[in-house]
Design a protein around this ligand. Structure first.
Ligand SMILES: Cc1cc2nc3c(=O)[nH]c(=O)nc-3n(C[C@H](O)[C@H](O)[C@H](O)COP(=O)(O)O)c2cc1C
Length: 227
């Protein structure tokens, strides 16, 4: 038996994975970056094949990872996690530096970064795992804590879109929960839908200062929609 709730007990951090060069780059929010070897130091970054950033990593052979802190603004999650570089220049107006390889590194809400050169790519179906050897790493802000996926989900009430490898279809979470009536609320500003069936917390129980995880609009901007 698979209990999908158990999958949310696996711990992850949250990052912006960026790639490209000094002329053009892109990045996406990722919860699946982790160190895979110590000698030499290598990291894995799991990237959906449909992510625009996947094309940049394949072409340039480099990627950077910006570690986000706990109070990362919702706009950063909205821009890098729910929009695609196919539709906008995500790096425009951002605080960007370039690494030793020329890869763009996003410094907004970043407390540390690493830069890697791809040495291996593994196809796992919907996603590619880019394995990169560490080129350089730096601390940007030592006073803030890194955000975890659990904190993002439980405290920030954030969700992940379908491209995230840890996305779970809500119908799978709903099985075994017959009898509970859940509602959906839509953000009047950006259209983001808060779905009680996957969030486990009733919308009305959210604190008054809760904001839309995508665009940062206030709770009062949300309205109930049909299930
Ligand atoms: C919390 C969160 C975690 C995510 N984790 C991943 C991930 O690990 N891998 C991935 O490919 N996409 C992940 N995504 C989805 C991408 O960030 C999203 O599809 C993004 O819009 C892709 O941007 P791009 O097309 O500009 O590359 C995540 C999104 C969020 C909000």
């Amino acid at each position: 038996m698979i209990n999908f709730e158990a999958l949310f007990r696996i711990s992850y951090g949250l990052y912006i994975v960026s790639s490209g060069n000094k002329d053009r780059g892109n990045g996406f929010i990722s919860n699946t970056v982790f160190q895979v070897s110590a000698e030499p130091i290598k990291f894995a970054a799991v990237c959906n094949k449909n992510n625009y950033t996947a094309d940049f990593i394949k072409e340039s052979g480099v990627f950077a990872v910006s570690v986000l802190h706990k109070n990362t603004s919702p706009e950063i999650f909205g821009r890098f996690g729910f929009k695609s570089g196919k539709d906008l220049d995500k790096l425009e107006g951002m605080k960007v530096i370039f690494g030793e390889t020329g890869v763009p590194i996003v410094l907004n809400d970043c407390i540390a970064y690493i830069e890697c050169r791809v040495v291996q790519t593994t196809d796992v179906g919907t996603h590619l795992i880019f394995i990169g050897e560490l080129v350089q790493s730096e601390i940007i802000n030592d006073s803030k804590e890194p955000i975890t996926y659990l904190y993002y989900r439980q405290v920030k009430k954030g969700v992940a879109p379908k491209n995230a490898p840890t996305y779970i279809d809500k119908s799978k979470l709903e099985s075994g929960k017959e009898g509970t009536s859940t509602k959906k609320y839509k953000c009047g500003a950006c259209g983001y839908i808060y779905d009680e069936s996957t969030e486990m917390i009733k919308f009305t129980d959210l604190p008054d200062d809760w904001v839309c995880p995508v665009c940062g609009s206030e709770k009062s901007e949300f309205f109930e929609i049909d299930n």
